[in-house]
Design a protein around this ligand. Structure first.
Ligand SMILES: Nc1ncnc2c1ncn2[C@@H]1O[C@H](COP(=O)(O)OP(=O)(O)OP(=O)(O)O)[C@@H](O)[C@H]1O
Ligand SMILES: [Mg+2]
Length: 245
């Protein structure tokens, strides 16, 4: 059941979507995750560190009638204010979703790991991308020493067309290195259509057309919230019946 959050503010949690490989779905995951949290009643912030500004652009497309998400364009800090002043957010924010640029490394990468409670690593199911993520995970383990931080890390596959041999290869590799492989998101125009309107798939109509995608999100939300704090079926049925009546 969806909790009534109007009277209680939950502890803030920071979820960072990260992979040094470009185009693997970081912004798709960050924007959809922010939409899920906002729609579920969490006070949500979306912080975009990528100068391309995909997530900030998505926020600008969002209609005012949609659940508000507090946006911060962290790649464009004006020179006349301090970074901490610019990055401040309302104390009521409960979930902070961070979108990161490609090719992130070194001190910047370390800072993302330090700040995160959860890290989601999206990977495309191709030989090249699996090779690249293996290298990135090696950097996280050996150079950054990610296991010494508190962040919980998981991998998700994105733009999956079907259960291919290459997906199995990714799964075997992650099992071998004991990294949780939490969900697979299918390749679908649904994400493109949602992005064009500044929406997440959980806000698209009719929900039946997005049912397969929503089921894939439930698995990731369960992992993030360690159980079902967010029940997609509940948030959909309540808001859909309200919008029809
Ligand atoms: N599951 C999906 N199905 C269909 N299209 C998708 C899916 N995931 C992402 N895309 C599309 O793929 C493109 C790249 O995705 P996205 O921008 O999220 O990647 P990214 O990792 O943020 O890229 P960059 O490294 O450039 O920031 C976008 O056009 C996005 O709409
Ligand atoms: Mg991006």
């Amino acid at each position: 059941m969806l909790r009534d959050v109007s009277s209680t503010i939950r502890e803030r949690k920071c979820i960072t979507v990260l992979n040094s490989k470009g185009g693997c779905g970081k912004s798709m995951l960050a924007t959809n995750l922010a939409a899920f949290y906002a729609k579920s009643g969490y006070n949500t912030a979306l912080v975009d560190f990528d100068p391309q500004g995909t997530s900030i652009h998505w926020l600008k497309l969002r209609g005012e009638e949609k659940k508000a998400i507090h946006g911060i364009d962290a790649s464009q800090i004006p020179t006349n204010v301090t970074r901490s002043f610019y990055m401040r957010m309302p104390p009521t924010i409960e979930r902070v979703v961070i979108d990161t640029p490609a090719a992130v490394k070194g001190a910047e990468l370390q800072e993302f790991i330090q700040q995160a409670d959860n890290i989601i690593l999206p990977v495309l199911p191709s030989k090249g991308d699996i090779h690249a993520v293996a290298h990135f995970i090696e950097t996280l383990l050996l150079d950054i020493k990610i296991k010494t931080y508190n962040a919980k890390v998981c991998v998700v596959a994105n733009r999956v067309r079907r259960n291919t041999k290459i997906l199995k290869t990714l799964e075997n590799f992650l099992t071998h290195i004991k990294f949780p492989f939490v969900s697979s998101f299918r390749e679908t125009q649904n994400y493109i259509h949602a992005a064009q309107e500044g929406l997440g798939v959980c806000e698209m109509r009719p929900p039946s057309r997005f049912a397969k995608d929503l089921a894939q999100w439930q698995t990731l939300l369960d992992w993030l919230e360690e159980g079902s704090a967010i029940e997609i079926n509940n948030i959909l049925s309540s808001s859909y019946s309200a919008s029809k009546s």
